[in-house]
Design a protein around this ligand. Structure first.
Ligand code: SF4
Ligand code: SF4
Length: 132
């Protein structure tokens, strides 16, 4: 018969006396570590609408569309949280470094319509007077 080593017994006693590593989510609010990467949010005032983030997004969670608005144009940027993998590439490559920032929010559960899991911002576009 094999007996447990002293180190294993020590580890077992320590595990018995310490608090569990798991949390009681969803019954209790879970507070992630400060460095946790969660849902990205656009910050309209710090975003210049360059679309660098859209180009580096590996899942297509970021997209943009240019539409006519009155006498000018506007750019609509959208982030879809249901297909975002929270890799952080958008934040890393953001031109202004603060146009899109990952939060520590992780809960994106919905009961039916996952299409509601997005954020959208609008930026005014300045177009060339000659060629548009
Ligand atoms: S965190 Fe990654 S997957 Fe999510 S929007 Fe940014 S680049 Fe795309
Ligand atoms: S969030 Fe940053 S990278 Fe993305 S469009 Fe805005 S300024 Fe450009």
């Amino acid at each position: 018969m094999k007996y447990p080593k002293l180190r294993e017994i020590k580890e077992a006693i320590r595990a018995l006396l310490s608090k569990p590593y798991t949390t009681k989510f969803p019954h209790q609010k879970h507070i992630p570590y400060p460095s946790f990467r969660g849902k990205p949010y656009f910050y309209e005032e710090d975003c210049v609408g360059c679309t660098a983030c859209v180009n580096v997004c590996p899942t297509g969670a970021l997209s943009f569309k240019d539409v006519k608005s009155g006498s000018g144009y506007k750019r609509i940027l959208k982030v879809r949280w249901d297909i975002c993998i929270e890799c952080g590439q958008c934040q890393l490559h953001c031109l202004t470094e603060k146009g899109i920032i990952l939060s520590n929010e992780f809960d994106i559960s919905v009961t039916e319509n996952r299409e509601q899991l997005f954020q959208r911002i609008e930026k005014e576009l300045f177009v060339c007077e000659i060629c548009e």
